[in-house]
Design a protein around this ligand. Structure first.
Ligand code: ATP
Ligand code: MG
Length: 138
């Protein structure tokens, strides 16, 4: 059993895509171990994306991620990290495979609806960033 952190980003929440995204997660057979809505401060978004602080899009990305409420979830299941990233599709929605969430819903390389951890170490950091262990259903 593996855990990953999933976020429905502010564009996804604002556009009313929460139900559709969760339906696809449940359809994939991943279990939701924890879920909440968070309106991140700029500081919180900067801490979350600290690995990207040298990237040219950092300012814009952290402004976007703190622009409105997001839904953060811990997803659990076999190969949860890879399976959730596969369902999300490529970062750039124009390169995302048919049937992926970003291909279907994203409108922009930055406003790409969903986030998923990319490795077990980043998943552990990202889950701990939003949830304590008593908030996660085992
Ligand atoms: P995420 O980490 O959000 O799941 P990802 O792992 O597919 O997405 P990263 O390379 O980690 O992509 O980039 C993090 C986020 O930064 C992207 O999801 C996107 O919102 C934004 N981003 C990435 N590349 C660009 C870019 N070239 N221009 C603008 N925004 C970008
Ligand atoms: Mg990433």
């Amino acid at each position: 059993m593996e855990q990953t952190l999933s976020i429905i980003k502010p564009d996804g929440v604002a556009r009313g895509l929460v139900g559709k995204v969760i339906q696809r997660i449940e359809g994939l057979g991943l279990k939701i171990g924890a879920i909440k809505m968070v309106h991140m401060s700029r500081f919180q978004a900067e801490g979350f994306y600290a690995v990207h602080r040298e990237r040219p899009f950092f300012e814009s990305l952290t402004a976007f991620m703190s622009s409105g409420p997001a839904v953060v979830m811990v997803l659990q299941g076999e190969n949860a990290i890879a399976r959730w990233r596969e369902l999300m599709g490529a970062t750039d929605y124009r390169k995302a495979a048919e049937g992926t969430l970003r291909r279907e819903f994203a409108t922009d390389i930055e406003k790409n609806v969903v986030h998923g951890s990319d490795a077990p170490e980043t998943a552990a950091f990202e889950i701990g960033y939003f949830f304590n262990r008593f908030e996660i259903i085992a």
